[in-house]
Design a protein around this ligand. Structure first.
Ligand SMILES: [Zn+2]
Length: 250
């Protein structure tokens, strides 16, 4: 372990040098995903795969990580540039594609098979369901993060196929329609509020649970809900649905 990881080496609950052999995928590199990728890079993950079809727009600059001179770049490439400066030891592969379609879909399926963990950082329900079902099918652990549309609450859901409830288990009314990705109108303005503080809290929780899973320390919380206005967090241990169409037979 080099000097840059010296303080992590003092952490008594896990051996961070084991992260060098791990590969993580981050799907969606907006407010949540960019920070999730940065944290994982700084703690020394071996490889990162970044997937997002969006280009950086001025309206994204309230999020962390991105800079003014990167506006117009594919977000995954802007993030790669930043992460390389933060930790050049990390191997980073970028895919500026929609994971539900064409070459993005092929790349997603190809990479998911080689990853140890997937961080889901997308902002639509249908894409979450899509990532969830592919993760379960591939028997890969998914750490899904999300913030509420008003920007103040958030949640983290850890799906360990065959062990914990999947994203679909507790949403029996959800239908597996073809995923419709949210395309911006070019102005970068989405209808939802985005607060960088909430995003940082949720992405940090995603990484914390992800690290617990990857390094085997503590007890992975399968579902955490953060309530920003009240300043509280609740853990829920959802039961698996034996009739779940996604994970019922896993
Ligand atoms: Zn399920």
């Amino acid at each position: 372990m080099t000097e840059r990881y010296a303080r992590l080496g003092q952490f008594e609950f896990a051996d961070f040098s084991k992260l060098r052999d791990k590969k993580a995928m981050v799907v969606g590199v907006g407010g949540l995903g960019a920070l999730t990728a940065e944290i994982m890079a700084r703690v020394g993950i071996g490889e990162l795969v970044l997937m997002d079809y969006d280009k950086l727009e001025e309206a994204n600059l309230n999020r962390l990580i991105y800079n003014v001179d990167q506006v117009g770049m594919p977000k995954v490439d802007a993030l790669k540039e930043h992460l390389f400066k933060a930790n050049p030891d990390v191997k980073i592969t970028t895919y500026p594609y929609d994971i539900t379609d064409g070459e993005g879909y092929d790349a997603f399926l190809n990479e998911i098979a080689k990853c140890d963990i997937i961080f889901g950082c997308v902002d639509t329900f249908q894409v979450r369901l899509f990532i969830n079902s592919q993760a379960v099918k591939s028997r890969k652990t998914l750490v899904d993060g999300g913030a509420s549309n008003d920007g103040i609450n958030g949640s983290v859901h850890v799906v360990i196929p065959g062990e914990t409830a999947c994203y679909r288990c507790n949403r029996p009314l959800a239908r597996e329609e073809k995923a419709q990705t949210h395309r911006s109108d070019g102005s970068g303005l989405c209808h939802f509020a985005s607060l960088p503080t909430t995003m940082a809290i949720i992405s940090s929780l995603q990484c914390q649970e992800g690290l617990k899973y990857l390094l085997g320390f503590g007890e992975v919380a399968s579902y955490l809900m953060y309530y920003g206005l009240e300043g509280k967090m609740e853990r829920y241990d959802w039961k698996r649905d034996p009739d779940c169409p996604v994970c019922g037979k896993v």
